[in-house]
Design a protein around this ligand. Structure first.
Ligand code: FES
Length: 153
């Protein structure tokens, strides 16, 4: 009877050791497997999206919207809300460390508050640490909507 009890204790310890080993292998193997296996396919990028409705922004106002899972910015600078040239659309992801930019009407610049980066409305870096310009988008007006598209090369 005592021997049976000792075997039972021994098999319990064996099982505990096997379980611990499996846990260690799983903890070490999961990140390796995630690194080796290809990522799941994400949705393909859209070529265009509706940024805002016509009349939603007064002259000098801006809006951040999502375009292909990233923030983008549309700024209205013209008086005619139905004219595509009254709007500027750019990526809102700062090219320095990816902060979201904003438009400052009083200076007429796209501004990144993280490290005082300034861009003009064509995306060109005016000052600060951003190394590259902001990508710009094409603007069209269709059915009372401001449509923003990736410019074809
Ligand atoms: S993240 Fe925009 S200036 Fe640094």
């Amino acid at each position: 009877m005592a021997k049976k009890k000792a075997m039972s204790r021994r098999s319990f310890l064996d099982n505990l050791l096997i379980l611990s080993g499996a846990g260690v292998v799983g903890a070490a193997g999961y990140p390796v497997a995630k690194f080796i296996l290809p990522p799941e396919q994400s949705e393909p990028d859209n070529l265009s999206t509706t940024a805002i409705n016509v009349g939603e922004l007064a002259k000098g106002e801006y809006r951040i919207f999502e375009f292909n899972r990233k923030p983008a910015i549309v700024v209205r600078t013209g008086a005619d809300a139905n004219a595509p040239e009254s709007y500027h659309a750019l990526s809102a992801v700062c090219t320095h460390l990816q902060c979201t930019v904003q438009y400052r009407q009083e200076i007429g610049h796209i501004y990144c508050a993280c490290h005082n980066g300034h861009f003009n409305l064509q995306g060109k870096v005016l000052s600060g640490p951003p190394p590259k310009p902001l990508p710009t988008y094409k603007v069209d007006i269709r059915n009372e909507k401001v449509i923003v598209s990736v410019e074809s090369a």
